[in-house]
Design a binder for this molecule. Structure first.
Ligand SMILES: Cc1ncc(COP(=O)(O)O)c(C=O)c1O
Length: 405
């Protein structure tokens, strides 16, 4: 695979490349998109071929679903050293479906859900739409480095009925250490509350980092834990919603399976079975190359920022293709510029000061930090899952735009 060549996704029914959606967040329909969390790379060739074969059938009736999860379990073993039997893996129609169902099952209205912040927005929306309270736990942040303060987390867990965790973390890209994961699991165990771990970005840790599945770490701890993961981000097939769950607790697993069946939510669509098994069985080398490429891209981003504008901090993410960038040193100036020219920076409801500024002044569409919690207005989330050349040019335009204020 040559990751230096990104696909041209304009006019391909991609939300990331939709001009209307771009204008909404960035106040400029022509801005180049570095926001929604999917990549511009073509998937691994076997996956592309599997997709072509299905599309070529011309008849799109019910598929015969794969009857076992052997491709999934072999991936978990090869990629993460986690031995899970096929029968313990549960299909979900998308990761958020799995989380929303589990939240509904394992908490009741009025219960409190503890979530580390900055948080992927549905981690706020799903609890709120289901009448649960949110306990927002701000991660520690200092000079480009996010970390988890376990004692503060323990204090915030005091009144929680469930922990909703994201590992590696979206939007920061940070990978948690074994010690941090063990501590979080211990807190869940001491309080006898469930912990749900969203690990959709888990297969994309860069070579210097090592992701540990929560379910694997929990084998020595025994908290009530459910680990959710998916082939979608890993292989850039997110448009085919699908994910998997593994429960450490048999009672929780039974309840979850029953609810999925009762709501008739357990059948995959036409393409995903073939795409996922091609990916999991044949995608290992592609994935290794991709992780290396992404690791080198973020290194090049850090070097660019250091050279052109060292006050801008690309935080300590070492997984996936999204990262938080800290513009605190320039926020005041940027806000003055945006507020003094309301017409120039007029966008839709999902933009903020920074995302509109970069949309208009640099032609770069990023997610505003406020999308991930009110505390984070000085940050943007930048998606670098595209060719390095495109990424560095966009970053240079952003840095130039703030320099010219
Ligand atoms: C942390 C996280 N969870 C879940 C999702 C969405 O998963 P799905 O489309 O399978 O529901 C995303 C997509 O960006 C994500 O970043």
């Amino acid at each position: 695979m040559n990751f230096n060549i990104a696909a041209d996704r304009r006019n391909t029914n991609s939300i990331k490349w939709s001009r209307k959606a771009i204008e909404n967040i960035s106040a400029n329909a022509d801005a180049e998109p570095f926001w929604v969390a999917d990549m511009d790379f073509l998937p691994e060739p076997h996956i592309q071929e599997a997709g072509r074969v299905i599309a070529g059938l011309g008849v799109y009736g019910y598929p015969s679903y794969p009857t076992d999860n052997s491709a999934v379990s072999s991936w978990l073993r090869q990629k993460h050293g986690w031995i899970v039997s096929d029968e313990d893996i549960i299909f979900c129609q998308g990761l958020l479906h799995g989380l929303a169902l589990a939240i509904n099952l394992f908490t009741k209205e009025g219960d409190s859900i503890l979530v580390p912040s900055p948080m992927y927005r549905p981690f706020r929306t799903i609890p709120e739409l289901n009448n649960r309270k949110l306990i927002e736990h701000d991660l520690d942040y200092n000079d480009g480095v996010f970390s988890l303060d376990i004692e503060r987390f323990r204090a915030d867990a005091e009144h929680a009925d469930l922990i909703l965790f994201c590992s590696p973390q979206n939007p920061t890209g940070i990978v948690f250490t074994r010690e941090e994961l063990e501590s979080v699991l211990m807190i869940a165990k001491e309080r006898n509350i469930p912990i749900l771990s969203d690990e959709i970005h888990s297969d994309l840790s860069h070579p210097e980092a090592k992701h540990l599945p929560m379910g694997l770490v929990n084998e020595r701890i025994g908290a009530k834990c459910a680990t959710f993961f998916a082939p979608s981000k890993t292989f850039n097939i997110a448009g085919e919603h699908s994910a998997f769950a593994v429960f450490s607790d048999k009672d929780m697993e039974k309840e979850f399976r029953h609810k999925e069946e009762a709501l008739w939510l357990s059948e995959p669509g036409l393409m995903i079975g073939e795409l996922a098994s091609s990916a999991y069985l044949k995608g290992y080398e592609y994935n290794r190359e991709l992780c290396r490429y992404l690791g080198e891209t973020i290194k090049a981003m850090r070097e660019t920022a250091e050279k052109l504008c060292p006050e801008v901090k690309i935080v300590n993410g070492s997984a996936s293709f999204v990262v938080f960038i800290d513009f605190s040193a320039f926020y005041g100036k940027i806000e003055t510029e945006v507020l003094s020219h309301p017409e120039r920076y007029k966008g839709g409801k999902d933009g903020g000061v920074l995302s509109r500024f970069f949309g208009v002044a640099a032609g770069v569409a990023v997610n505003d930090g406020t999308w991930f919690g009110d505390t984070w207005k000085c940050f943007v989330r930048f998606n670098y899952g595209t060719s390095r050349d495109r990424v560095i040019k966009a970053l240079e335009r952003m840095l130039k735009a703030i320099r010219s204020l």
